[in-house]
Write a protein that binds this ligand. Structure first.
Ligand SMILES: *Cc1c(COP(=O)(O)O)cnc(C)c1O
Length: 393
């Protein structure tokens, strides 16, 4: 390639894309006519709820949505967000300054990094983490401090492990519970510690609550803004992708500190024009769906979790029960790297797992299994593992 066609250094700062080799092998397997069972992506498999689709169809016919949408999102959608938030957490947020609709939360997470991180700033990110939590800051030129999570702490962040000098220099902290990829949940006390830590060291806190509604067995996830002081130190990202099977619609939102939201908005007015008004109307309807709908979604993922944990137990894996998310975090057979294991499983069975190393250094030695697909597909995946002799030990 000509040197003058070389991309900017900020692209060079990104770690290699672990999925590339996997994608190649997936394509190769498909070309050979192999029936892939893809449990690699976190892409919900159900349809968007019918009332949401109907609202969108209606809204598409409405000429008022055919022009540019307002930068800050429609007033109706922002109000629906504030009402949903109050119903869920009994916390009041101002729909005019403490809410911003996003083109999916990944967009917002990455742009927040660009709006708040300068080259050389120190950013605290758990490892393993959802890739946007470190890739956004890397694009912004951050120095990343990986806070390695551990199985013996149930993958819950321990701020006590952070060296004082690191805490003193840090500018932003990302965290995410219920967590992708580990499926871990964190006690309310962690959120209190994070707020106190942020106040003490003057750090901006970014919490990703994308699994706000996908929890089981009575467990209710905590929101950063429920914690006294939470709104002073940070923001929280939400998405409609997972709960409402709306990943393709590209809609999410951020709530929290108004100054931070204003900063993100200022950046975004230079980059995009917001979300198609009809999609915002549909999202408004989604947030107003009766709880019955949420119960059905939770039941679906809980049944899949139980099926998969029981099936993996027969293959020698003892996976602790998860209380949220659509993932299982599964150790590789002793001595195998996560990429080697995922490639072996793919080649021998056509079942796709995500290698833990895709989520950072702290993910090595594990693979993530997404609970995507109905019971029959998951049972078929388990049969194939058994027939290929793939076991934990
Ligand atoms: C799926 C996921 C997102 C992505 O959300 P979009 O709104 O679809 O961009 C964000 N964060 C985490 C932790 C996720 O698992």
């Amino acid at each position: 390639m000509h040197t003058w066609l070389k991309p900017a250094q900020r692209l060079g700062s990104l770690p290699p894309y672990v999925f590339a080799r996997l994608d190649e092998l997936k394509q190769h397997a498909r070309d050979q006519g192999l029936d892939l069972i893809d449990l690699g992506m976190g892409n919900p498999d159900g349809p968007t709820p019918q009332p949401v689709v109907e609202r969108a169809v209606q809204a598409v016919q409405d000429v008022k949505h055919h022009g540019y949408p307002p930068f800050e999102g429609t007033a109706n959608f922002r109000q629906a967000i504030a009402q949903w938030y109050y119903r869920r957490y009994q916390v009041t947020i101002d729909p005019d300054g403490e809410v911003l609709p996003l083109i999916g939360s990944k967009e917002g997470l990455t742009h927040l990094a660009l709006a708040y991180i300068d080259p050389g700033d120190l950013v605290l990110v758990p490892s393993p983490a959802y890739p946007a939590h470190f890739r956004g800051p890397l694009i912004a030129g951050a120095e990343i401090y990986e806070m390695i999570l551990r199985p013996e702490k149930n993958w819950v962040l321990d701020l006590g492990e952070l060296p004082e000098a690191v805490a003193a220099r840090a500018k932003v902290l990302f965290f995410n519970y219920p967590a992708n990829p580990t499926g871990a949940v964190a006690p309310r006390s962690l959120f209190e510690e994070v707020v106190a830590f942020a106040q003490r060291h003057r750090i901006l806190v970014v919490h990703d609550l994308c699994y706000a509604e996908l929890s089981f067995d009575g467990y209710r996830p905590t929101s950063l803004l429920e914690i006294p002081g939470g709104k002073e130190v940070g923001v929280e990202f939400h998405t409609l992708s997972k709960t409402y099977n709306m990943a393709g619609w590209r809609v999410g939102f951020v709530v929290g500190n108004r100054h931070v939201i204003q900063g993100l908005r200022t950046l975004k007015t230079n980059l995009d024009y917001g979300i198609f008004g009809a999609v915002q109307a549909a999202a408004e309807t989604a947030l107003q769906l009766p709880d019955l709908y949420l119960e059905a979604v939770r039941d679906r993922y809980r049944e899949r979790r139980d099926l998969m944990i029981a099936g993996l137990a027969e293959l020698g894996w003892m996976i602790p029960k998860t209380f949220a998310t659509m993932y299982l975090w599964v150790p590789c057979p002793p001595g195998m790297s996560s990429t080697d294991f995922a490639l072996k499983v793919l080649q021998q069975t056509g079942v796709v797992f995500t290698p833990g190393s895709a989520f950072g250094r702290g993910g090595e030695g594990y693979v993530r299994i997404s609970l995507i697909g109905d019971g029959d597909r998951l049972r078929e995946a388990l049969h194939r593992l058994r027939d290929a002799g793939i076991r934990y030990n």
